[in-house]
Design a binder for this molecule. Sequence first.
Ligand SMILES: [Zn+2]
Length: 339
Amino acid sequence: MKAAVYRSKQLFEVTDIPKPEPGPGEVLIKVNQSAICGTDVHAFMYDIAPPGSVLGHEFAGVIAATGKGVTIWKEGDRVIGGGGEWPTGKEPPTKIHPRYNYRKMGFSANTRTRGYAEYTVLEDWAPLPIPDSVPDEAAALTEPCAVAVHAVRRSSVKLGDSVGVIGAGPIGLLAIQAARAAGASQVIVSEPAPGRTNAALAVGATEVIDPFEQDPVDRMVELTNGRGPEVIFDCAGLKNTLQQAFDAVRRDGQVVLVAVPWEPLPLLPAEWMAREIDFRSSWGSLPAEWKISLNLLADGKISASSIMTDTSTIGLDKIQETFEALMSPTTQLQTIIRM
Ligand SMILES: [Zn+2]
């Protein structure tokens, strides 16, 4: 079967590898659509993906075969490649390791062939069924959607709140919609790329600030009657964005870091700590949030189509150039690989 194998030093090789066989308690999934996640771009960019591995954890497909003892799936069932409740003892280290360090431990745990291949094998508890009303392209976005849902559920966003979202890449665009679904009445976005600006407005941003044209802190404060948003989500994680979030958020407000900065960030706490701001980081998602995301996608409260464009579906053979392009700040929305 065709797969994109990570070799090392920012190099994929699209090649034939043996098609996996489902063992007892496992299912073989024919992958139809696989979304490219920022996490995989980081694994590529910082060369932390193990050589020989096949990345990709955001995929939708169908059950192609079931292993011995599998009773909950049959061939042809539409599934996404995650979101099942972890059985005791199968919880990922990100959720149970007492000192989990993503930078040092992030990719060593899972070396199984995943979604950037025609087929992949999962244990039978791992996938979730896709509702009939959710097309595969949307279903492939359940995982990033669950990341946004997790961030909003970890936040203190309440009905009627003003929210700031810094960065309208795939996660930012989903966070806008999750915050709206949670009751935010105003969502102010800071994003310079015009394509992403339009997408942000299409999914429910009330205002979009171009941070190269206007000071995003001043503008967020101005748009909230001199107070600042109650909650700001940093979905960019760039050199100055966390400081901007602290600077702009209201007294007693909350800053939630969703993006994963890989470089040290300069912060000047004397600027903002007198306003007694809460800080939360948000990491990944929980199985329950995959189900919430599928429901939001099925109800149209989160729209996948508005964060995808015609040009953002590629074949597996384009993976190398696509990852190279995604390493630098991009105007691109969500990219999906069609197998
Ligand atoms: Zn992801």
